[in-house]
Design a protein around this ligand. Structure first.
Ligand code: NAD
Length: 360
């Protein structure tokens, strides 16, 4: 069997970590037919568009993609291609497992949390009003009329959208995932005490859906309390379901608990399509230096193998990665905070994982 997979190397450290992941995936013995495409600045330079239609067509056809990180300018410039890709393919669910591997320089042992992040709504819906634009002035006037609330005329405004449909499907996804993966508890995270009509709606829906799953424990936490609890007592959490922005922040926080972004994989899922990518971004300062940790990309590859039904190969690859971490000889700088000079580079990590796969 040959699996056709869309491969998007990304930019920054993306091409290096994606290449390392591709090499170890091939070393598992599974046959892939890689359909390589570019998005972001690379596609803009060569094809005149940030997100070519051919990439979307390839993913729609193959139904599975492995994607490296893609840079988005901060504060100005083009909107995130990552967010656009998720919206165009309706990848409404972002699944981000965080677990500790023996030997990783983690704050806690035995963390095993799955973040389920709503991936399309919230403050990421892209409905933004620039300070001083005519439509912003009209919106401010409308708000002051409808709500008798003064909004300063020099404001920029981003709209937070939480729908009943979007909340239902992400919470259902979390509970279904819990059931099929033998997980015990779902924690919904929100700020419903303040944002009663957006986060309040999300919480109301979560409570309603929870009633359909009496076999799974349910609780909810306010986001600020959640961040502190996660740092102090992460063991209490199993599956965390939340809205887009909190999910984004909590996944980086969770990565910080288990040894950093270099160990945090992820998947963006619709009902038909799966795009696997690490939680981390393009880490531009390490671009081309053979320095970034490829394990988050490799572990995203492990998730991909499980998704396509190659569970045994997925287990073998995860074991090989965990052995390399445990031995600590062939790991990147981020896993050697005490002796970064002893670290190896991105491609050497791939060599070491492949060696383990051969010997196991
Ligand atoms: P980042 O995740 O790229 O980096 C955060 C920190 O973690 C940096 O210190 C970085 O050097 C380190 N780091 C990240 N990945 C690492 C790895 N594999 N190994 C070792 N260290 C690693 O986040 P950022 O600096 O906020 O963002 C950089 C760019 O990435 C921005 O343009 C942002 O928009 C983009 N981004 C893209 C995605 C995506 O493509 N899905 C996700 C997040 C950020």
């Amino acid at each position: 069997m040959v699996y056709p997979i869309t491969l998007i190397p990304g930019d920054g450290v993306g091409p290096e970590v994606t290449e390392a992941a591709r090499r170890v995936l091939e070393a598992t013995g599974v046959n892939f037919q890689w359909d390589i495409h570019h998005i972001g600045i690379k596609a803009q330079d060569t094809m005149g568009t940030l997100l070519p239609e051919s990439v979307l067509e390839s993913i729609r056809q193959n139904k599975v993609a492995l994607k490296g990180p893609v840079t988005t300018p901060v504060g100005s410039g083009f909107r995130s291609v990552n967010v656009t890709l998720r919206n165009k393919l309706e990848l409404y669910s972002c699944l981000r497992p965080c677990k500790t591997y023996t030997g990783a320089p983690s704050l806690h042992k035995d963390v095993d949390i799955i973040i389920v992040r709503e991936n399309m709504e919230d403050l990421y819906s892209g409905i933004e009003f620039e300070k001083g634009a005519p439509e912003t002035t009209r919106l401010i006037e409308m708000i002051s009329e409808a709500k008798q609330t003064a909004v300063s005329a020099d404001s920029g405004i981003s709209i937070k959208v939480i729908s009943e449909m979007g909340s239902k499907r992400i919470v259902k996804f979390a509970f279904e995932y819990a059931r099929t993966h033998n997980r015990k508890r779902v924690t919904a995270v929100h700020k419903a005490n303040i944002m009663k009509f957006s986060d309040g709606l999300f919480l109301f829906i979560a409570r309603e859906i929870a009633k359909e799953y009496p076999d799974i424990e349910f609780e909810d936490r306010i986001i600020d309390n959640m961040t502190m609890q996660m740092v102090q007592k992460p063991y209490q959490f199993d599956i965390v379901v939340t809205t887009n922005l909190y999910g984004d922040i909590l996944s980086d926080l969770c990565a910080g608990l288990i040894g950093g972004l270099g160990l945090a994989p992820g998947a963006n899922l619709s009902n038909e399509i799966a795009v696997f990518e690490a939680t981390h971004g393009s880490a531009p300062k390490y671009e081309g230096l053979n320095k970034a940790n490829p394990m988050a990309m490799m572990l995203s590859g492990v998730m991909m193998l499980r998704h396509i039904g190659e569970g045994k190969c997925a287990d073998n690859l995860e074991t090989a990665i965990s052995e390399v971490i445990a031995e600590g000889n062939n790991v990147t700088y981020d896993l050697k905070p005490e002796s970064p000079d002893d670290a190896v580079g991105t491609s050497q990590v791939a060599d070491a994982v492949i060696e383990k796969l051969k010997n196991n």
